[in-house]
Write a protein that binds this ligand. Structure first.
Ligand SMILES: Cc1cc2nc3c(=O)[nH]c(=O)nc-3n(C[C@H](O)[C@H](O)[C@H](O)COP(=O)(O)OP(=O)(O)OC[C@H]3O[C@@H](n4cnc5c(N)ncnc54)[C@H](O)[C@@H]3O)c2cc1C
Length: 389
């Protein structure tokens, strides 16, 4: 059993670590100031410039296959990158990425959707959730009706990330009610100028998803992504693309937060001694460190299963569940250690507190992950002895 990083893994991790320290962390005070004023933390031109700097060092399209100009990184390498990016709240991601399901585009769609998305010229959004269908995604009611060479889409989507910024949406609609999710849902590539409307939803986080309305939107038949009836499988592929990635970012945030808590605990004195000398504070730090370590191995183990071609769904659900629950407990402890200062907007702790809360909800709530894990165990698909048997 070898837990060491290879030279490639260490080099890549170290490059991103340095990039975060040199390029992103110095932006943090300004990002906080802007967000307090209700503005975006990073301006589009700043994001472009940062992505260009990274690109010049070869960091472009982390998981985009090399034939599309990307790095084609595996899951473990990508997780290592995400952990480092998580160490800052500056809203950065490397350029050159596209939703995994866009690689199902045919040649004509590649030119219109996939390639411009990789190039950063077009922005996509993934539109599955509806007011009446979140965890129970099979209950979607948006319909698409064939009319000659077009499909006519009617319905409403909600909580769609990038829904207010995107210029095209990957929309999942029922095309055969009798078949439902089993062959009766289709994915459409729908340009904004075909007539759908979006409205921002204010959330406790710094960025808001949107609700989308499709009122008789006519979409050319050539905009079906994949096969008619193959939409639900595509949706599950998008959601399952990397449940290890969200907890990986949260893990980086937890590392940084606990470092901040330790720094504060060493320098803050009460009753004549640093609070770091108090057992109450030490236990919070110790528990957080143990949980961070456990999360690291859950994340990397799930990523290793992906790279090994194993069925990683059980491991990914465990990483997502544990990451969401523990990151929230850890940020709460870190806020507590900072006392009143932790509650202010002078420090980023409350910002992380609000942001990390989302991890327990999107891309499968805690309860849905538990349901998956318990089902796998009870039906004998997975064992409590883990992969070692
Ligand atoms: C900021 C944000 C961004 C998002 N981005 C996107 C996006 O880009 N695209 C997209 O399609 N969706 C997106 N979503 C939607 C997200 O995936 C859903 O909110 C999530 O799946 C939960 O669905 P719901 O909100 O309808 O809650 P519900 O499904 O109504 O669940 C409500 C509660 O009941 C629990 N529950 C539900 N079923 C069960 C069960 N069987 N057993 C036990 N408990 C259960 C849930 O865990 C939850 O606690 C986003 C959501 C948010 C908040």
């Amino acid at each position: 059993m070898d837990f060491a990083l290879s030279d490639t893994e260490r080099d890549l991790r170290d490059w991103v670590r340095t990039f975060v320290r040199r390029e992103l962390v110095p932006l943090e005070p300004e990002v906080l100031r802007r967000e307090r004023r209700g503005e975006r933390g990073l301006r589009p031109e700043e994001l472009r410039a940062l992505r260009q700097t990274a690109r010049e060092a070869g960091f472009w399209g982390l998981q985009t296959p090399s034939e599309y100009g990307g790095m084609g990184l595996g899951a473990v390498l990508t997780a290592l990158v995400e952990i480092e990016l998580g160490r800052t709240f500056v809203p950065f991601s490397f350029g050159g990425a596209a939703d995994n399901i866009l690689f199902a585009c045919n040649e004509d769609q590649e030119q219109r959707y996939l390639l411009p998305t990789i190039a950063g010229e077009r922005v996509s959004c993934f539109a599955l959730t509806e007011p009446g269908a979140g965890s129970d995604a099979k209950a979607i009611r948006t319909t698409a009706r064939r009319d000659g060479d077009e499909w006519v889409i009617d319905g409403e989507k909600t909580f769609i990330t990038n829904g207010n910024e995107a210029d095209f949406a990957m929309v999942f609609a029922v095309t055969d009610r009798a078949k439902g999710a089993d062959g009766g849902v289709t994915c459409f590539l729908v340009d904004r100028d075909l007539g759908w409307k979006s409205e921002l939803i204010a959330t406790m986080g710094e960025w808001g998803p949107a609700s989308l309305v499709f009122d008789g939107v006519r979409v050319p038949a050539r905009n079906v992504l994949g096969e008619v009836g193959g939409g639900f499988a595509l949706a599950m592929r998008w959601i399952g693309r990397g449940r290890y990635l969200l907890p990986a970012r949260a893990l980086g945030a937890c590392e940084r937060l606990v470092e901040m808590a330790m720094e504060h605990a060493r320098t803050r004195h009460t009753f004549g001694t640093p609070i770091a000398d108090r057992q109450a504070i030490q236990w919070m730090i110790a528990d957080s460190a143990v949980e961070i370590e456990a999360l690291r191995w859950l994340v990397l183990h799930a990523a290793w299963q992906v790279d090994s071609g194993l069925d990683s769904r059980h491991a990914q659900s465990m990483a997502k569940l544990y990451g969401g629950v523990k990151a929230n407990e850890i940020v709460d402890r870190v806020l507590q250690i900072h006392g009143g200062m932790g509650y202010t907007r002078e420090l980023p702790v409350e910002r992380w507190y609000r942001e990390l809360r989302l991890l327990r909800i999107y891309e499968g709530t805690d309860e849905i992950q538990r349901r998956t894990i318990a089902r796998n165990l009870l039906r004998g698909y997975a064992s409590v002895s883990g992969v070692l048997g």
